[in-house]
Unconditional design. Structure first.
Length: 540
């Protein structure tokens, strides 16, 4: 008889649970039994592991073999347990010293030839191992850089099971042939969610596109109000609606938000990288995502592709792929009402909870939402000199697709006017560049961070309204006009809180210690679209 154990990690959303993989050999008819709530792909590991061991020069034990995955109550899915199962079996067969395996966490899929293949979710798996007190992990060689992002962990990257056996038995390590240079990894950058329509900030496979970070605001003609709203949104994390005719520049504005947002902090980078790792869209050769992601799903996207879902345990949707970045919904009224209304909960809480028969998954979803909408289905109604082709009832129905409760959660609502000829042919030198605006946004973020130090919040958009009213005082009489709008029913209580948040961001951009009446008037203008007798003083 023989017994050995090692460890791997089961992922539930982006959170990992360390799983003990036990192998037991007993005399009897040769059989391989896998227990512990495995899914179909994990059950198939029996054949993969057997072939990998034999093709790596090992001998498959001709005894009754039972492999258990503990705790049995946690669902296990995917092929990432292969390496741990193979090692436990070899330990039980005394090909590897079982004592060596006990404190190692192993993550990786095995090919039939014994090669170790990368799997999604290496980073959150290693984070879970570190939190559980483990210090050594074995991962596929191509995932070693991703695993090494976790401090305090010793990472061994292997190309094959043969290499792993040699390392654990102190034998000469065989030199394996590397993969063909430039050949794409089938497990990385190829698992974009069906229907998610990942857009300009993500490549066709869902990988981050660096071009999205180098689009310059100086290229945008006109749109003074839009540029001001863009700056406020980036500085305070405020959601934004751009409303206007086709061709006005709504998409151009939205695509430039990531370029003016500050780089992610180390903690934020690990959060974002973990989500992208689980989704399988982490770019090969770029283990750490340190810039705000940009996700632009197509308007035909389903609710499942937006908030997360899929068979078994839910996978991250577009709202999670945009975590700490931008979610851009172009042609927002064309999205299904069910999909749009599903955004209300993550907009408030910063995460999404998806319940399925296989379990409940909590996924991070703290993003800056940008909506773009035409005035009507034809796009030409209510423009100067054009009446459009849509009857009033059609216009009302179209605009009502963005519900009141959803729009009440949007801090900034800006009309994107058609660009004039003078603005279009004007030189870009007179427009502020991305660098100038990004510097101002960074300084505003630093002011907010310093003010909010010692609290759970880092951005103005995250602070509850009652906290803003009681802990940080505005200038005398600054809220008078906003309070009058509340009494007249033009603002809801939530709307007043959001005006106050925006006013703090405007104040931070202007370098003031607290909002004055001018800042509140600007915030009201940006939220309601109604000019309050003061010009927009943000940017140029």
């Amino acid at each position: 008889m023989g017994f050995a154990r090692t460890c791997s990690v089961a992922l539930v959303g982006v959170e990992g649970v360390v799983v003990e993989v036990q192998a037991d050999l007993e005399p009897g008819v040769a059989a391989f039994t896998l227990v512990g709530l495995p899914d179909k792909s994990l059950v198939e590991s029996r054949d993969r592991v057997r072939a990998a061991v034999v093709n790596s020069g090992g001998e498959w034990p001709q005894k009754k073999l039972t492999v258990g995955l503990s705790p049995a109550s946690v669902p296990k899915r995917g092929s990432g347990f292969d390496l741990a199962v193979a090692s436990a079996v070899l330990g039980a067969a005394e090909r590897i010293d079982p004592r060596v395996l006990a404190d190692i966490v192993m993550i990786g899929e095995l090919g039939l030839d014994g090669r170790v293949r990368p799997v999604p979710g290496v980073l959150p798996s290693v984070l879970a191992a570190a939190e559980a007190g483990y210090e050594q992990v074995v991962v596929p060689e191509r995932a070693a850089a991703e695993a090494s992002l976790v401090p305090g962990i010793s990472v061994l990257g292997v190309r094959s099971l043969r290499q792993l056996i040699a390392v654990l038995t102190d034998e000469p390590v065989p030199q394996e042939e590397p993969d063909e240079p430039g050949r794409p990894d089938p497990m990385l950058g190829s698992l974009a969610l069906p229907g998610a329509g990942l857009g300009a900030g993500l490549g066709p496979s869902g990988a981050l596109d660096d071009d999205a970070l180098h689009r310059d605001l100086a290229d945008v003609a006109g749109q003074r109000a839009g540029r001001a709203a863009l700056e406020v949104a980036a500085a305070g994390g405020h959601h934004l609606l751009l409303h206007g005719p086709p061709g006005a520049g709504k998409t151009m504005l939205a695509e430039r938000i990531p370029s003016i947002m500050p780089p992610l902090t180390r903690r934020e980078s690990l959060e974002v990288t973990a989500v992208h790792s689980v989704a399988g869209i982490l770019p090969s050769g770029r283990p750490l995502v340190d810039t705000p992601p940009y996700c632009a799903p197509h308007h035909s996207s389903t609710m499942q592709s937006l908030v997360g879902g899929g068979p078994g345990l839910p996978k991250p949707g577009a709202v999670s792929l945009a975590h700490r970045g931008v979610l851009f919904l172009d042609e927002a009224p064309e999205f299904s009402a069910k999909a749009l209304e599903a955004l209300r909960q993550p907009l408030e809480s910063g995460h999404v909870v998806v319940a399925r028969a296989a379990g409940v998954v909590r996924l991070p979803a703290s993003f800056l939402m940008v909506l773009a909408a035409n005035p009507c289905p034809c796009g030409r109604c209510r423009l100067t000199g054009e009446s459009g082709d849509c009857p009033p009832a059609v216009i009302r129905r179209y605009q009502a697709r963005l519900s009141g409760p959803l729009l009440d959660r949007v801090d900034l609502k800006v009309q994107a006017e058609p660009v004039t000829r003078a603005e279009l042919v004007g030189t870009t030198g007179s427009r502020e560049s991305t660098k100038v605006v990004a510097d101002r946004v960074r300084e505003a973020r630093e002011r907010a961070t310093a003010r909010l130090s010692g609290t759970p919040w880092t951005r103005n958009s995250e602070v509850p309204g009652h906290e803003l009213r009681t802990r940080w005082q505005v200038g005398p009489g600054a809220l008078a006009e906003a309070e009058r709008d509340l009494e007249r029913g033009l603002l809801t209580a939530r709307g007043l809180d959001r005006v106050l948040r925006v006013a703090w961001t405007v104040s931070d951009l202007a370098g003031r210690d607290r909002p004055e009446a001018l800042d509140v008037a600007t915030a009201l203008h940006l939220r309601t679209g109604v000019q309050r007798g003061v010009p927009l003083e943000i940017g140029v």
